[in-house]
Design a protein around this ligand. Structure first.
Ligand SMILES: [Zn+2]
Length: 183
């Protein structure tokens, strides 16, 4: 089975990766999410083609939006990596750790879509004041809400039908994350 958004082949070895980032769980006989980018089964198929984008045909505006998307996902991934270290509860730690992997994976998807070769070097943010799990979860929720509104706003501005579909799929992933961090 293949993910049409990120292109990864899902198999018996990897179907349960990043399990803590999902509200429901994949089983080998019922794969309902891509374990890597998190999109729902609607985007998974036997030999379906990956939803491709021709970077060189994208408008300057679309490339600018993708550059923002790379950075947004990297910032969120950095946050989750930091939050993994800061969280007290083992369960919350596991959730943050899996979310970090998924958000960083999203930033790689955007890098590929935009044809960007360099990973940007972002400023490190200090999260020290979020010194308990509830504060971290609340900030996580805000970051996910921001990501959803980013994708929903800019899917209409990228001027590319496939990029629209990808943004739509990723907005749904971030919506799932909101539910997850609200628990
Ligand atoms: Zn995927």
């Amino acid at each position: 089975m293949k993910c049409n958004i990120c292109g990864v082949e899902i198999n018996e070895k990897n179907y349960n990766f990043n399990e803590a980032a999902f509200n429901n769980k994949n089983s080998i006989n019922n794969i309902i999410y891509c374990p890597f980018c998190g999109v729902s089964e609607r985007y998974l198929g036997e030999d379906d083609e990956i939803i491709a984008v021709e970077s060189n045909l994208l408008s300057e505006n679309a490339l600018k939006i993708l550059d923002h998307a790379v950075k947004l996902e990297l910032f969120n991934g950095d946050f989750y990596n930091m939050a993994t270290k800061m969280a007290k509860s083992q369960e919350v730690k596991k959730t943050f750790e899996a979310l970090a992997k998924i958000e960083i994976f999203h930033s790689k998807i955007h890098q590929r879509l935009g044809g960007f070769t360099k990973t940007p070097n972002l400023n490190k943010v200090n999260y020290d004041k979020y010194d308990n799990d509830n504060a971290l979860l609340e900030l996580a929720k805000q970051k996910e809400e921001h990501a959803v509104s980013f994708y929903e706003k800019y899917k209409n501005e990228v001027d590319d039908a496939n990029l629209f579909k990808i943004f739509e799929a990723l907005a749904d992933v971030e919506k799932e994350h909101i539910i997850l961090v609200e628990k």
